[in-house]
Design a protein around this ligand. Structure first.
Ligand code: B12
Ligand code: SF4
Ligand code: SF4
Length: 402
């Protein structure tokens, strides 16, 4: 039997997927139809009952340290998020909604540039805004059809509710071992939200699907962050480190991060269901330029605030800030095994305005055992006064062969 990192037995079939909310006699097919009219391709309905078993599961994950680094992920919040009926006293039904976003990457020119990778969900416009706008429209349409004011609460990616638990119980999709919700026809490439309504709607039923013996996502994860089926240790996840981590990235993870500079799609790409995922033609997820998909690392590590804003405004990327993205680019340059990385790294080490970036550039230079890297590090050691940077430089010099 699979066990968590603290040897707690894994609950094999979470009870919150097996609940059968009572039918309320109102046909809900029209809600799904209206959703599609509003640009929301998939929707399914569940009741407001607490997700039995979820509270304990979340508390266990917190206790195991798997959610460390999320200040807001505290047991009290987790308790509330497991009981949607506590969020809004009048809620009678929840509409789980999803925006599929899978698309093939644009052609990468053969221009010799060393490039990083941005996770697909961040190629286009910020999904929080896109989904909220469409959900607002859906709420208005529901109200028109219901012929009375409808109280509604619209949630996308908040601490108030576990989006995947709603999607799982409503049958919008089912849990993969990578912990993502797999939606038929789209694999896990679907962003989730929900409308809590004071309307009685007939609930849909959970899908009777599972991964069987497959474990491709666990095997493919570069940092082994999926510590057991359905259990992710966020602190090891490249997505967490490149997006949520505001400080230094743990040294042991840096060499494993490959060229991901914002998020990570490895576990989803490994999934056999991705082979059958439909391309989206949703303009909201169309990248404005190649830099929104596969930016040149030498540019990222030295971009100005103006360039950063002009390129990434309106997308999810600003969450990591210019310094975070440049830090991630320094690590990716360190992992690229291409001597051309030394020059931009030496430049970043000498002149980047953020100590965070200079320090990670020092680490990255330690991966290039030539004389140039050593010279850049020694020169920087004589000039830099920041403690973190000096520590990184000293460690890098120690790691380089004399
Ligand atoms: C915190 C968070 C993260 C953290 C932690 C992720 C995690 N797995 O917990 C980090 C930063 C690592 C992260 C990464 C990503 N995230 Co995120 N994240 C969230 C957030 C805000 C909360 C998730 C949460 O509560 N996690 C706590 C853990 C304990 O819950 P869980 O992993 O979902 O646990 C479930 C399973 O383990 C399952 N389960 C447990 N035992 C068992 C046993 C069996 C048999 C079964 C079937 C199931 C099962 O039930 C649990 C409860 O839902 C949600 C938004 C939200 N408010 O819900 C988005 C969300 C989950 N993220 C999302 C996305 C897109 C991503 C990334 C793909 C982004 C990227 N490309 O970089 C990666 C995917 C990494 C991965 N493999 O999960 C989407 C997922 C869409 C989907 N189709 O599933 C969400 C829903 C945002 C949204 N609104 O669309 N994310
Ligand atoms: S997003 Fe990347 S690092 Fe995180 S679990 Fe998936 S493969 Fe592993
Ligand atoms: S890769 Fe395999 S184990 Fe992982 S989610 Fe997909 S089907 Fe499930």
């Amino acid at each position: 039997m699979a066990t968590s990192s603290t040897n707690k037995p894994l609950r094999v079939a979470p009870i919150w997927l097996r609940e059968a909310p009572s039918a309320r006699g109102v046909d809900s097919a029209w809600v799904r139809e209206l959703a599609r009219d509003c640009g929301i391709e998939v929707a399914a309905i569940t009741g407001p009952e607490p997700f039995a078993g979820l509270e304990t599961h979340l508390h266990d994950r917190i206790e195991d340290g798997h959610l460390e680094g999320f200040d807001w992920y505290i047991p009290e919040r987790a308790t509330v998020s497991a009981s949607p009926d506590q969020l809004h006293s009048t809620v009678r039904s929840i509409v789980s909604v999803g925006l599929p976003y899978y698309r093939t990457p644009p052609d990468i020119p053969n221009d010799g540039a060393v490039r990083g990778k941005i996770a697909r969900y961040a190629w286009g416009r910020d999904y929080h805004k896109v989904l909220k706008q469409r959900m607002t429209r859906l709420r208005e349409r529901i109200q028109e059809r219901a012929g009375r004011p409808v109280e509604a609460r619209l949630l996308v990616d908040t601490a108030r509710i576990v989006d995947r638990a709603v999607a799982g119980r409503s049958g919008l999709g089912w849990y993969g071992k990578h912990t993502c919700i797999i939606v038929p026809g789209h694999s896990s490439w679907v962003l989730l939200g929900e409308l809590l309504l004071d309307l009685d709607l007939e609930p849909d039923v959970p899908l009777d699907k599972n991964c069987g013996r497959c474990r491709s996502c666990l095997d493919r994860c570069p940092t082994q962050a999926i510590v057991a089926p359905y259990q992710l240790d966020s602190t090891k996840c490249i997505s967490f480190q490149t997006i949520e981590q505001s400080g230094s990235i743990p040294r042991e993870l840096r060499p494993l991060m490959r060229n991901w500079v914002y998020g990570c799609d490895e576990c989803q790409e490994a999934c056999p269901y991705t082979g059958a995922a439909q391309e989206t033609f949703d303009a909201a997820f169309e990248p404005a330029s190649l830099r929104n998909v596969a930016p040149e690392l030498d540019w990222l590590v030295s971009m100005t605030e103006e360039e950063f804003r002009a390129t990434y405004r309106g997308t999810p990327v600003p969450r990591t800030k210019r310094r975070g993205l440049a830090r991630n680019a320094a690590i990716a340059l360190g992992n690229c095994d291409d001597e051309r990385a030394v020059e931009p790294l030496a430049g970043a080490l000498t002149s980047h305005d953020e100590a965070l970036v200079r320090g990670h550039a020092a680490w990255a230079l330690s991966r290039f055992p030539g004389r140039e890297a050593r010279r850049a590090l020694e020169q920087a050691r004589a000039r830099d006064t920041d403690e973190f940077v000096l520590d990184e430089i000293n460690r890098a010099l120690e790691a380089l062969p004399v």
